[in-house]
Design a protein around this ligand. Structure first.
Ligand code: ADQ
Length: 471
């Protein structure tokens, strides 16, 4: 294993859990696994909102040779940094939704201040031979702030969400500052090659950086930064085991009991406008409209835990989805059949695995998504003898690894109907063939491999070590 002798320091907005009680998602599983094996530090927000905010006492939890160290945020910080800049500006922009991105000077100021504060609080906890790995769009400036605070060790960054094309990115006030700040990291990871290319194109077009060989960028001041795609995976073995646990079987049976032998379609997404749930519902409605024979024969279960409810676009989405589901049920329901059901609660990993296994079809149709772990979890949870069909958006990062899914344009209701009909009638042999091909990839590019591949690159001697630093 690469870089075993270096301590790993992970920085992310939310920290933990370190132990997997069947609750942690893909990201936490991969990182917790690496931290448990190497030992290290996980630094981030405590989840607490207090008056002292980022000036609060450090909260420390020790687990063997790994520590979780966190700080609080104040009301003002959470509003400007998290809800404001991260989720009202960066999230929509990077998901190609310039139309709903809001740019406010004050949230940008607070976002930058919180990044700086995190860097100042983290710096005294670091040693020069650490491998520091910063995660996601909450911390674009943190690496540069650590450099300014005098940290000279290896710094990596991974962006879990897409990176939009340069023309769109330039709409962000101070976009150059943000992208230049990213160049303080030694290694910058993206989910897909498309995201990496958008980033490199921005650097080339906006400040004359040089694209060296596809994976390295030379900055105008001569530094070389590695920018590559590292598609994230899941703990496939673990998830497949969850799918045959008692808890999974109970949930599978519950879903089967409500579907009464009808075709069961599922969708599982945080309730987020980027996930294309509205468009998916419209596709399902059109399926029922155009195909009276399928009424009473198919049933749709959408699991959509509420997320970021404080941001208007998310609250609006909930109202829209509930209205749409109500209309569809109102139009088509019969005494013994409700076509569509939405569940907004969270489930354990095992329960979720059981729900996936009960489905003949899973619709993963985001309008834009960094990767989408649901697609991979659905594949891992299937019964190989009788697998369900994955319908996957061409705009999900997962598409690159799962081309055997039925690939759709989520903006086209007709395309969704075409795929649904193909899935509903797909012969067993074809389902098995497609599923085996996807399964092989989900089981080979796991969360563990993703982590180790990134850390091996971060740990490799870099050109940077031979150059004078200049940030
Ligand atoms: P998300 O946008 O959150 O992640 P996704 O990758 O699908 O999207 O992960 C969602 C996770 O939440 C899955 O592990 C899923 O099982 C879980 N989940 C969904 N509904 C749940 C429920 N009701 N109860 C419990 N768990 C539930 C971001 C990016 C993605 C990228 C990931 C990881 O937007 O593109 O794949 O990070 O890098």
């Amino acid at each position: 294993m690469a870089g075993d002798n270096h301590r790993l320091v992970v920085v992310s907005n939310r920290v933990g859990p370190l132990s997997d009680e069947g609750k942690a998602g893909g990201l936490a599983v991969g990182l917790a696994d690496a931290l448990r094996r190497r030992g290290g530090l996980w630094f981030g927000w405590s989840g607490e909102i207090t008056e002292a905010g980022s000036h609060s006492e450090l909260r420390v939890e020790e687990h063997g040779h790994t520590a979780l160290k966190t700080i609080d945020l104040s009301e003002e910080e959470i509003e400007g940094f998290y809800f404001g800049y991260a989720n009202r500006s960066l999230w929509p922009l990077l998901h190609y939704r310039l139309d709903i991105a809001a740019f406010e000077r004050e949230s940008e100021r607070v976002y930058r201040a919180v990044n700086q504060r995190f860097a100042e609080r983290l710096k005294p906890l670091l040693q020069t031979d650490d491998l520091v790995w910063v995660h996601d769009y909450h911390f674009f400036f943190l690496g540069q702030d650590l450099r300014k605070a005098g940290y000279d060790g290896r710094l990596g960054f991974f962006l879990h969400i897409p990176f939009c094309p340069p023309d769109m990115m330039t709409a962000l006030p101070a976009s150059q500052d943000l992208v230049r700040a990213m160049l303080a990291y030694d290694v910058i990871g993206f989910q897909t090659d498309n995201d990496r290319r958008n980033f490199v194109d921005f650097c080339v077009q906006e400040f004359g950086a040089e694209d060296l060989d596809g994976d390295r960028v030379r900055t105008p001041d001569g530094r070389i930064v590695r920018a590559s795609a590292f598609p994230i995976g899941i703990d496939a073995e673990g998830f497949a085991e969850f799918a045959v646990s008692d808890e999974a079987r109970e949930h599978q049976t519950m879903v089967e009991n409500i579907s009464h032998g009808r075709h069961q379609i599922v969708g599982v997404d945080r309730m987020d406008y980027s996930k294309g749930i509205v468009e998916r519902f419209r596709g399902f409605e059109l399926l029922l409209e155009d195909n009276p024979d399928l009424r009473g024969q198919t049933q749709f279960l959408q699991v959509a835990p509420v997320s970021r409810g404080e941001v208007e676009a998310y609250a609006d989405l909930r109202v829209e989805l509930e209205g749409l589901a109500g209309n569809i049920n109102g139009r088509f329901a019969t005494l013994d059949w409700n076509p569509i059901q939405i569940l907004v609660n969270g489930f354990t990993r095992r329960a979720l695995a059981g729900i996936y296994r009960a489905a003949q079809i899973c619709m993963v149709t985001p309008l834009r998504d960094g990767m989408n772990l649901v697609a991979k979890e659905f594949v891992a949870a299937q019964d190989r003898a009788n697998p369900g069909v994955l319908i996957l958006s061409r705009f999900a990062g997962a598409r690159a690894e799962l081309p055997e899914a039925l690939i759709v344009n989520p903006y086209s209701p007709d395309d969704l109907v075409r795929a649904l009909k193909q899935a509903l009638t797909m012969p067993l042999e074809e389902r098995q063939r497609r599923h085996e091909a996807m399964r092989a990839r989900v089981f080979s590019n796991t969360a563990h491999n993703w982590c180790e591949t990134f850390l091996a690159v971060l740990d490799a001697p870099a050109e940077r070590d031979l150059q004078p630093p200049s940030w």
